[in-house]
Design a protein around this ligand. Structure first.
Ligand code: ZN
Length: 368
């Protein structure tokens, strides 16, 4: 059954300039200039495949707006906002840790956060049941007083604050399947029992020292943060098991009124930064699980905000699989990588991955 699904995009998202780099290290010294890993290509090609497959025209276009300063300030400090604004008006700079940007990126970052806000409003107004915000720069690493890991403003966290403060929702959940830890979202709600944050990521990868299983929230927020740090090399079986045994039960227990997903495809088998084995079938399956839970607990309301994913060839097929599941529309497009990647050794759940999932299951007892 087709589900009314919204899609947020703006050409300006592709104009955010991350400067030349070798991978994610700024060019200079012994690093020969090349394209930064976080560049427009995966995003553009994701949308291109949606268009060519015929799915894009069946989605409801949602126009992004620029987030206001007050909306940004629900998560970030005034000093940080002013610093980014000033640098952006001059010649660009770095928002903090590994977050280079060029002139005009402040406005583009406002438009990215505002894209997440527009998607949330469209879903809460029931104009659509679900929505995907293909926004850039990404958000889930950004902390209150500094940018981090290519993220300037914490898009998902800003959208959750909006859903709580302006739209009056009592409980919201963030599920982060990006291969890196969702530290920005975790920090924003670490002491807040009204927002359940769940991050499924590669163990102690980025940021270093964040995303431990034991980090479960603080004070009133104790128990309302779940980290599942999967060992490098985890694939389809591990991801499916985490979502079936940890993420879905946690959401059913918490009963959010809206589910936000920080959607990065850098857990994909071909990603240059991640060291996992996920395929388009993996992301399809995770989406299906979340759609089922959302139908049961929050009238199907899911908003996905785009995060990482750096394989230009593979990301579009992972993205298309998510959009097909979300919308309930099958395009008939076959992922040409799927057969290769599903045949990789270690796609099934491995014993050392099972051990992490079992430990994470125990954390559900803290969720009350
Ligand atoms: Zn990532």
């Amino acid at each position: 059954m087709a589900v009314k699904t919204g899609f947020v995009f703006h050409e300006r998202y592709l104009w955010h300039d991350t400067r030349s780099a070798g991978g994610f290290i700024p060019a200079g010294g012994m690093v020969e200039p090349d394209r930064h890993a976080e560049n427009p290509d995966t995003k553009r090609r994701f949308r291109n495949l949606l268009a060519v497959s015929g799915l894009l025209e069946k989605l409801v276009e949602i126009a992004p707006r620029m987030a206001t300063e007050d909306e940004i300030l629900r998560v970030h400090g005034r000093e940080y906002l002013e610093r980014v604004k000033k640098l952006s008006a001059e010649n660009g700079g770095d928002a903090g840790v590994l977050t280079p940007f060029g002139p005009g990126s402040y406005e583009i970052a406002l438009l990215a956060a505002g894209g997440a806000l527009a998607a949330v409003d469209a879903v809460l107004d029931a104009r659509v049941q679900t929505a995907y915000a293909l926004i850039r720069p990404p958000g889930h690493h950004a902390e209150a007083d500094q940018g981090m890991g290519f993220c300037i403003f914490s898009n998902a966290a800003i959208a959750v604050h909006h859903a709580r403060a302006v739209r009056g929702l009592a409980r919201v959940a963030i599920v982060d399947w990006d291969v890196h830890h969702g530290n920005g979202s975790e920090t924003a709600f670490y002491r807040d029992p009204s927002v359940l944050t769940i991050s499924v990521h590669q163990d102690n990868y980025f940021p270093a020292g964040r995303g431990a299983l034991e980090d479960g929230g603080e004070g009133a927020g104790s128990g309302y943060n779940l980290n599942v740090p999967l060992p490098p090399g985890s694939g389809h079986g591990a991801y499916e098991a985490v979502f079936a045994r940890v993420v879905a039960p946690a959401l059913r227990r918490f009963r959010p009124e809206l589910i936000l997903v920080a959607s990065g495809f850098d857990g994909g088998a071909m990603d240059p930064l991640g060291r996992m084995l996920a395929t388009s079938a993996t992301y399809r399956s995770l989406t299906r699980t979340l759609v089922e839970v959302a139908r049961d607990v929050c009238a199907g309301r899911i908003v996905l905000t785009h995060e990482g994913g750096y394989s230009t060839a593979h990301v579009p097929f992972c993205g298309l699989a998510v959009m097909e599941e979300l919308s309930g529309i099958s395009t008939g497009v076959v992922d040409p990588f799927l057969e290769f990647f599903m045949a990789i050794g270690g796609q099934a759940l491995q014993p050392h991955q099972e051990a992490v999932i079992r430990a994470a299951e125990k954390r559900l007892d803290f969720l009350h």
